[in-house]
Design a protein around this ligand. Structure first.
Ligand code: AVI
Length: 327
């Protein structure tokens, strides 16, 4: 728990709820049995995948991170005024960098980070605690999608819960799963809970496709790393040279579809089975949906949320929506 090490920096409090590990083998078998073949997007994020994703965020074509960060910094006073008092609860906090301007602007900041990776959580919370020594910070290691309720803790009792889900990560869920997740946030945050969520918006196809297939090839490497991970973790024999990356905008779904396309007819061993790929067959690694403000608020309302405020960058690339409970 909390303490002060040799560095003099107080370690943040960590509560480990020991989330059950997902059955990757079963999910792979399900995903590769589908037509088209598709795997859960979170498979992309082993240690190397997380490093490559951080690198994607620095590519000139991928403007989402920089745009959202600037918007949070610029609008922090207005956002925190609209949020009102309470404890910020970040879902899937990762490196927990985006919350800093909000903690700075809140009159009485308190912060709870939820993440499935104990290692990342501890590092992120400790770094943030060093940056904000006076702010009470708690890291909770859990799978928030499976959580029945937020844990009992002084930071979470007798105060409003202000959910935070930046990065347009909702876009990586299919529509039904996105609705389920928004409803889960509503349950966890409880009556009076609010949600601040970053949502990337549709834009010119050329810009979108370049953002997900950058000239430096980092996005392609990020997707190919999935095959490396599968070879390592599930005794696979994917030949990385035999797959090519592509990212295309699918207007009928309002999403970018990222896939590795088999360059020839081939058979791959994985998870104790043999999988046939035709020449030109796609393995979808991820989709990234873009919602106009109207489309997003429609989705949010189907999960019991109501739009209260919205902040956007001047180009209208991305919105930060503040949602309140509809009843
Ligand atoms: C994490 N997520 C919001 C990213 C996105 O924009 O959909 C994931 C990503 N994959 C490739 N590039 C970015």
């Amino acid at each position: 728990m909390s303490g002060s090490g040799a560095t003099g920096i107080a370690a943040a409090a960590i509560l480990d709820l020991h989330p059950a590990p997902a059955d990757m083998r079963q999910l792979v078998i399900e995903g590769l049995s589908r037509s088209p073949k598709q795997l859960p997007a979170w498979f992309l994020y082993d240690a190397e995948g997380s490093r490559l994703f951080d690198l994607i965020c620095q590519q000139p074509e991928y403007t989402l991170t920089a745009t959202e960060t600037a918007l949070l910094e610029q609008e922090a006073p207005a956002i925190t005024a609209a949020l009102g008092p309470g404890t910020m609860v970040e879902f899937g906090a990762g490196s927990a960098r985006k919350v800093a301007p909000l903690l700075q602007a809140l009159a009485q900041p308190a912060y709870v980070a939820l993440d499935i990776s104990a290692e990342h959580l501890e590092a992120a919370c400790t770094r943030l605690q060093g940056q904000f020594p006076e702010v009470p910070i708690l890291g909770v290691c859990c799978d928030y999608s499976q959580l029945g309720a937020l844990p009992e803790h002084p930071l979470l009792s007798g105060t409003a819960h202000l959910g935070f889900f930046p990065g347009s990560s909702l876009g990586n869920f299919e529509q039904a799963a996105a609705r389920t997740l928004l409803a889960q946030f509503r349950r966890l945050l409880g009556p009076g809970g609010k949600l601040l969520i970053g949502i990337d918006q549709p834009k010119a196809v050329e810009r979108l496709e370049a953002a997900y297939d950058d000239a430096a090839g980092v996005s392609a490497e990020f997707a190919l790393n999935l095959l490396r991970r599968l070879n390592r973790d599930l005794a696979g024999n994917f030949d990385l040279e035999a797959f090519a990356y592509r990212a295309i905008w699918k207007p009928e779904h309002s999403h970018i579809e990222m896939a590795l396309v088999s360059q020839r007819a081939q058979e791959v061993e994985l998870a104790g089975q043999v999988w046939a790929f035709e020449a030109g067959e796609a393995l979808i690694t991820e989709t990234s949906a873009k919602y106009s403000p109207t489309a997003f608020l429609e989705l949010a309302s189907s999960a019991g949320w109501q739009g209260a405020e919205r902040w956007s960058d001047p180009a209208g690339d991305l919105s930060l929506h503040l949602l309140v409970q509809a009843d």
